[in-house]
Design a protein around this ligand. Structure first.
Ligand SMILES: Cc1cc2nc3c(=O)[nH]c(=O)nc-3n(C[C@H](O)[C@H](O)[C@H](O)COP(=O)(O)OP(=O)(O)OC[C@H]3O[C@@H](n4cnc5c(N)ncnc54)[C@H](O)[C@@H]3O)c2cc1C
Length: 209
């Protein structure tokens, strides 16, 4: 039986899984289909294993303009699943004064300030006083991002794919393990057999995107 989807997402790594989840919330029932060529949660992609750094501390203001929304999105996934995905530890960037690393700290401070994000600039001595495991002196400086932490990427990806259709997420998400190919501009139906099509392709792995 032919089936029409508004969007077919190809690839169920962290990006495809989150895209599927958020598009499903926005577009409604049966609008989104997610396809993965290997088993879900496989270890061959970039989203394998347990941890990724999550932070506001980027040296470009186009990044720091986006990071609050990223945190908010993870908050939603945590609320809906009851899982803890983001572990806030605080993050420290340390550099020697006069080095390229110091330029990075200055750029990061400027970008975070432009986005109204909290951070602290510390001398090496202040770092050592607060965290004695660091033995730094006046030749060092640091930027502290209190919101930095570790994201459980494997759990987060699984959560985005597994969140059930509910009042908040009324769409159906079908994650299919199949030897998908994505023939550029010719549709994605070959993955599921003739007759399954979509009106738009959003394929993280597609070179023509
Ligand atoms: C070692 C390492 C450390 C990292 N550290 C950090 C960090 O600390 N902080 C941070 O923010 N980021 C970090 N990253 C980057 C982050 O992990 C990646 O940006 C992210 O996981 C990419 O997710 P993805 O969904 O785009 O790719 P992937 O996880 O690779 O997913 C792509 C999926 O598409 C599938 N696929 C491909 N082609 C097809 C097809 N034709 N049909 C069907 N399926 C297909 C693949 O099988 C795969 O499952 C790190 C990355 C690595 C590798």
């Amino acid at each position: 039986m032919p089936q029409q989807y508004r969007v077919i997402v190809i690839g169920c790594g962290a990006i495809g899984a989150a895209t599927t989840y958020w598009l499903s919330r926005r577009l409604g029932d049966d609008a989104v289909l997610a396809l993965e060529q290997y088993e879900l949660g496989h270890g061959r992609g970039a989203s394998e294993d347990h941890s990724r750094v999550i932070r506001h501390a980027y040296s470009r203001s186009d990044y720091t303009a986006l990071t609050p929304a990223a945190y908010q999105s993870w908050n939603v996934a945590e609320r809906e699943t009851g899982l803890r995905l983001v572990h806030r530890t605080g993050g420290l960037i340390v550099a020697a004064r006069g080095s390229a690393g110091m330029e990075y700290i200055d750029a990061t401070a400027a970008a975070m300030a432009a986005s109204g994000l909290p951070f602290e600039l510390l001398s090496g001595v202040q770092v050592s006083e607060r965290w004695p495991q660091w033995r730094l002196g006046d030749q060092h400086a640091a930027l502290f991002d209190p919101e930095s932490g570790i994201l459980d990427i494997r759990r987060g990806t699984a959560a985005h794919l597994a969140l059930p259709a509910s009042a908040a997420t009324t769409s159906r998400r079908t994650a299919t393990s199949s030897p998908t190919i994505c023939p550029a501009r010719r549709g994605c139906w070959s993955a599921l057999g003739r007759g399954t099509s979509c009106s738009r392709c959003w394929a993280p792995a597609c070179p023509s995107r």
